[in-house]
Design a binder for this molecule. Structure first.
Ligand SMILES: *Cc1c(COP(=O)(O)O)cnc(C)c1O
Length: 394
């Protein structure tokens, strides 16, 4: 059976170019980048190159990039570290209701530490209300954290506008850009971002590697203590092979993202148009066009999302019912709830996320299987409804 992977917002494969750069690091350049001998210096040189590649890709300085264990750690560090380091200036933190769990849970933690957190609402397309943001910014606000792109519905926020408004009040602006990388040029100076989280495994680098960009001069407390690594800001021996792969992935996407985005967008639009034309009663969750090139989130009326996921899985097709973190729980997605999507519709939501390695033939196969699976589940649910309402089965 062929296997088709349409869950690239959960994670991506490590590309062959990235893997190739990493392989020799495991066996030959295995030194501890903190060691003073030649093995250490070689490892350090590799780390420097990777750091430079990432810095260049986002228009930052080498010294503003700190390696972490991934997007989750970067978000935890940003929220907790920035709030604690700047608590002398106030205790209000503003974020949105649709952030990744690693931001939301960090904010909950801040609340237990005496901070006041405002969770901004979004509209039905998933856009944060700028009016609400302006209304909530006050003298006491020390940090605003709004994600660049939502991982469930793909909506792209107006980050530059938000950053400008936040900076007019001299407040720090952090963004979770994990899903944004590779989808548009991320220039931290142009976007006026102070602190930004990125992750490797969403851009064809390994899992367990990420980075936090911290603009020079921004005060941030440590999250991981215990060593002098990363200029004393993040303890722990560096994961040199993954850092090398991460740097390579950034270099590749800086070169290719315009072309690759066009490719995934064409595939996604082809898929979307076929689904809308060939299956009845499908709803798009998210923004019509201000969204990630390779992502579409759909609800099929009368169909349970998880049931559909399992039927597609039987056909070798991998999709998601929202964010991988919340799947498995019975709760409807917090993102769709914040968008005021009806609970019934939210329970039916399926996220299809494409990568540059998907093909049109794969999409054709998926559409056929999707049509059959949706029809099967709808037939089943009408039988059920008729039974429970006492109607005769036909
Ligand atoms: C995947 C993801 C994260 C978490 O990154 P990890 O590297 O998996 O910890 C954070 N934010 C968003 C928007 C994500 O999509």
């Amino acid at each position: 059976m062929q296997r088709i992977y349409l869950d690239n917002a959960s994670t991506t494969n490590v590309s062959s170019e990235v893997l190739n750069e990493m392989l020799s690091v495991f066996s030959q350049n295995f030194g501890n980048s903190n060691s003073l001998h030649s093995f250490g210096r070689d490892a350090q040189a590799l780390v420097d190159t990777a750091r430079d590649r990432i810095a260049k890709a986002i228009n930052a300085e080498r010294g503003e990039i700190y390696f972490t264990s991934g997007g989750t750690e970067s978000n935890n560090w940003a929220i907790l570290g920035l709030a604690l380091a700047n608590k002398n200036k106030g205790n209000r933190v503003i974020t949105s209701q649709i952030e990744h769990a690693s931001v939301l849970e960090s904010c909950k933690k801040l609340e237990t530490l005496g901070f006041e957190v405002v969770y901004l609402p979004v509209d039905s397309t998933g856009l944060v209300s700028i009016v609400d943001l302006i209304d909530k910014l006050d003298q006491n606000t020390i940090l605003v954290s709004i994600m660049s792109v939502n991982n469930e519905v793909g909506t792209i926020q107006n980050i530059k506008t938000i950053a400008k408004i936040v900076h007019e009040k001299d407040i720090i602006f952090h963004t979770d850009a994990v899903q944004a990388v590779g989808n548009f040029a991320i220039d931290v100076k142009d976007l006026e971002v102070d602190v930004m989280s990125v992750s490797g495994h969403k851009i064809h680098a390994p899992k367990g590697i990420g980075a936090l960009y911290v603009k020079k001069g921004i005060k941030i407390d440590n999250l991981i203590v215990g060593g002098e690594q990363e200029r004393g800001k993040r303890g722990g021996t560096l994961n040199v092979p993954s850092i090398v792969g991460f740097g390579k992935a950034f270099e590749i996407l800086t070169k290719n993202y315009v072309y690759d985005c066009k490719k995934v967008k064409t595939l996604r639009d082809y898929f979307f148009n076929r689904v809308m034309n060939e299956i009845d009663d499908v709803e798009l969750n998210g923004h019509q066009n201000q969204k990630l090139a390779g992502l579409v989130n759909l609800s099929f009326a009368g169909v349970d999302g998880e049931a559909l996921l399992f039927l597609l899985d039987l056909e070798g097709i991998a999709v998601s019912t929202g964010s991988a973190c919340s799947s498995g729980s019975q709760e409807p997605s917090h993102v769709l709830m914040a968008m005021k999507v009806q609970a019934q519709v939210a329970k039916g939501a399926i996220r299809f996320s494409f990568s540059k390695s998907n093909t049109k033939e794969e999409v054709d196969y998926v559409v056929e299987k999707l049509k059959a699976s949706v029809a099967k589940l709808r037939e089943f649910s009408t039988v059920r409804v008729k039974k429970t309402t006492g109607e005769k089965n036909v």
